[in-house]
Design a protein around this ligand. Structure first.
Ligand code: IFM
Length: 455
């Protein structure tokens, strides 16, 4: 295969999120999050796993930064846990929580790694869920802004890249419509209200972050994926249009055009959230970049079993295709499609791929001596996956997409939400009983790509 290299100023990073790696959920004054509670719900998480210990990154962050340095990773995208900073959501600030992130940022900068900070990656303080119903209620927007101000005030002298929300679609839909993520609700109307309120909170946060940190670059991360049809029938075409609006256009149109797709509401008027005057202008506050998370594509079809939607986003899994351990189709050209769509239909904003990667079944080989020295994890399918997606990103870059960087998901194996620890996305293996880190073959491959691109 031809060797793959990127422009010298292209940023190669790695991504994680607080609840998935930190552990230490009861330490230094952290309050409970909706995920701490959801993990206790019988049957909610595969294997009954929780984020209580996770990768123990809260205590081992220096070691994890050293691994990134060794790999030549140039930027690290991590999220701040709101319940560490304001344990009850909108009350007193907990300086110890902020100190942790301040130390992490110093460690990163000392290693020559640029921090990209996500402010909300789903671990909402439980108190806000109990008091207001979380982002169902607009008071949660005010609480979010108070929290953001604290974080940016403390870290903004060193952190210049900010992501307000991670995947607002997933938080709204999996948490409030499908009930498979915290807070575990199944209320379609609530889901779209939560989506809207996250976007309003995002828009206000953009202005706030720039006021506190004038040289900040501020963006939002969306999970975007192409929606194709299972066949070419008119019914399928309608399902594709609806699914695409629900997943992609709802967010892209709001952020870049200041409106929601009208045809979506025409069909799903019962779900329309209360939009106040000025909301759409706030949401469309210009961003400095768009973060895109892409893993797969969706194959939609008409379905009468789930009113009021009448479409199914994952209608079929053709057996001849390849799938990851999550059951997600390996479809690298989907990343190209998404990047070109954002370029062609939404004004070619600066873009970072803030997540891309794959879960496969990994196993340790060798290293049978006591210290486990010489242990290896060979993961050729992950290498092939990353290579394929990065080639498609490279193609989009060559065709004019303003793509600035790529963050692999994930730096290390971690708590994969409802799937617990069984699904491993890392380029670094985490042996949970010992918390030993082992760089996988994909990690070494990524290091080689970074080195080659930097010349
Ligand atoms: O682990 C998640 C991450 O938290 C958000 N994006 C998708 C990843 C893989 O499911």
């Amino acid at each position: 295969m031809d060797s793959l290299t990127f422009p010298r100023d292209f940023i190669f990073g790695a991504a994680t999120a607080s609840y998935q790696i930190e552990g230490a959920v009861w330490e230094d004054g952290r309050g409970p999050s909706i995920w701490d509670q959801f993990c206790r719900r019988p049957g909610a998480i595969s294997g009954g796993d929780t984020g209580e210990v996770a990768c123990d990154h809260y205590h081992r962050y220096r070691q994890d930064v050293a691994v990134m340095r060794e790999l030549g990773v140039q930027a690290y995208r991590f999220s701040v846990a709101w319940p560490r900073v304001i344990p009850d959501g909108d009350g007193a600030v907990n300086p110890a929580g902020l100190d942790h992130y301040s130390r992490l940022v110093d460690e990163l900068l000392g290693a020559g790694i640029t921090p990209f900070v996500t402010l909300f990656h789903w671990d909402l303080p439980l108190a806000l869920q109990q008091r207001y119903g979380g982002f169902t209620d607009r008071r949660c927007i005010d609480a979010f802004l108070k929290y953001v101000e604290q974080v940016v005030t403390v870290l903004g002298d060193r952190v210049k890249n900010w992501i307000t929300f991670n995947e607002p679609w997933v938080y709204a839909v999996l948490g409030h419509l499908l009930g498979v993520h915290a807070p575990g609700l199944r209320k379609p109307r609530v889901a779209f209200r939560v989506a809207h309120h996250q976007l309003v909170a995002h828009g206000h946060a953009v202005g706030l972050i720039r006021r506190v940190c004038p040289d900040a670059q501020v963006g939002i991360t969306l999970n975007l994926a192409p929606v194709h049809g299972v066949d070419h029938s008119p019914g399928t075409a309608r399902a594709v249009e609806m699914a695409d609006q629900a997943l992609n256009r709802f967010f892209l149109d709001a952020l870049f055009r200041g409106s929601y797709p009208q045809r979506f509401w025409r069909r799903l008027s019962v779900l329309r959230p209360p939009v106040r005057s000025g909301d759409m202008e706030t949401i469309a506050t210009p961003v400095d970049f768009l973060g895109i998370n892409n893993y797969t594509r969706h194959l939609a079809r008409r379905s009468f079993s789930n009113p009021p939607f009448f479409f199914d986003m994952d209608g079929t899994t053709p057996p001849e295709r390849e799938y990851t351990a999550m059951g997600w189709e390996v479809y690298p050209q989907g990343l190209y499609e998404v990047l070109m769509r954002v370029k062609n239909e939404y004004g070619n904003p600066p873009v970072y791929i803030t997540e891309n990667g794959a879960a496969f079944t990994d196993a340790i080989a060798g290293g049978d001596d006591d210290g486990g020295a010489g242990a290896r994890v060979e993961d050729p399918r992950r290498v092939a996956y990353l290579d394929g997606y990065l080639r498609c990103a490279h193609q989009a870059l060559g065709e004019g997409c303003d793509l600035r960087g790529y963050f692999v998901w994930s730096l290390m194996d971690n708590f994969e939400w409802a799937e617990g620890y069984a699904k491993r996305f890392g380029i670094v293996y985490v042996d949970y009983p010992t918390q030993r880190r082992i760089v996988k073959a994909s990690g070494r491959w990524y290091a080689g790509l970074i080195a080659a691109s930097r010349g």
